[in-house]
Design a protein around this ligand. Structure first.
Ligand code: SF4
Length: 327
């Protein structure tokens, strides 16, 4: 484990977080603060490529800050800030865009996917999104960037840009490395088919009111071959069981596995049990989020302090860059 290396991550405000977000990104990000110097920002510049409503953007950005703080992000350990509070990053975006080959961005998976999906009138912002991402990484002298295996390309682009820049103008940037996140089980949505995602409307929202959360969990599709209550089930093909494996003890998992297969446990009861485990896991965070919602001045203060800390690093890097290129 690389102790005290600087870790950078940006989270794009996109609405209500769900179990997939929590297990795949939020929880592991927050755990990193124990052994690393973390710089985490709310990526509201990036969100502008999709959100065109100023009130919604502001609300979602604050909402994401509340989510992370409620889940345990410690602003004393982690520099936590809004991307747009460090405008230096946009100047750096321009400067590094002048050494970024057009073809590099054309090969970006996210760009290719959005064109393949038929995005109407794609914008320059969408195309140059990875340059802003690279600027975010480089401006904070980041050493590690946590990503899933499927997002490795983001870091490769930032590394390519940093290396080209250093080669052209002399050593200026730290070339970042990826920190591949521990593989977690893919969390399927309530439909039991697709990965949990807002775009499939199959989410279990971690901060939803209790009754809504209950309905979402109880609507989960289980083993499709188990039609009647006394049919034996197969936990290996059941998404509810995947969640039990994450949230439950070894002993309970073995019990559920056995009782599903011999049909002594019904799906309704099995879902009630997982609901209880999820609620237990999230109990403290859900309570804290409500408290924080009533203390938005504190949120502003946290983000302001985080921005001051981040800006100190950003201005130094930008000075170095300006000096390197002759501005
Ligand atoms: S009993 Fe539980 S693990 Fe078995 S099929 Fe039903 S929900 Fe899935």
């Amino acid at each position: 484990m690389s102790k005290n290396k600087r870790v950078l991550s940006g989270m794009q405000p996109s609405g209500k977080p769900h179990l997939g977000n929590y297990l795949g990104a939020m929880k592991p990000h927050i755990e990193l603060q124990e052994n690393h110097e973390c710089f985490y920002f709310l990526a509201n510049y990036h969100a502008l490529t999709t959100v065109r409503d100023k009130d919604k953007l502001a609300e979602m950005t604050t909402g994401l800050a509340l989510d992370y703080l409620a889940l345990g992000l410690d602003p004393e350990k982690t520099a936590f800030f809004r991307q747009s509070d460090i405008p230096e990053v946009t100047e750096l975006t321009w400067i590094i865009s002048t050494v970024t080959p057009f073809g590099l961005l054309e090969r970006a998976h996210a760009w290719k996917d959005s064109i393949a999906k038929g995005t109407k009138n794609p914008t320059v912002g969408l195309f140059s999104y990875p340059v802003l991402m690279a600027a975010d990484i480089l401006i904070y002298d980041s050493e590690l960037v946590p990503v899933g295996r499927d997002q490795k390309q983001h870091i490769e682009i930032a590394r390519d840009i940093a290396t080209t820049f250093n080669h052209t103008y002399g050593e200026t940037f730290i070339v970042p490395e990826d920190l591949i996140k521990k593989e977690v089980e893919t969390i399927l949505g309530t439909d039991g088919i697709h990965k949990m995602s807002k775009s499939y409307s199959n989410t279990v929202e971690i901060f939803a009111p209790e009754e809504d959360l209950r309905k979402q969990v109880m609507s989960m599709v289980t083993d499709p071959a188990r039609v009647r209550r006394d049919d034996p089930g197969n936990p290996d093909v059941c998404n509810v069981f995947t969640l039990h494996k994450i949230f439950n003890s070894e002993k309970n998992i073995a019990e559920i596995n056995k009782n599903c297969r011999n049909a002594s446990l019904g799906c309704v009861d099995c879902k009630k049990q997982i609901l209880e485990s999820i609620m237990e896991e999230l109990k403290a965070a859900r309570k804290k989020r409500i408290e924080l919602e009533n203390n938005l001045d504190y949120i502003e203060e946290v983000l302001r302090r985080g921005a001051t800390r981040a800006r100190e690093v950003a201005t130094k890097t930008l000075d170095r860059v300006r000096n390197s290129v002759g501005l």
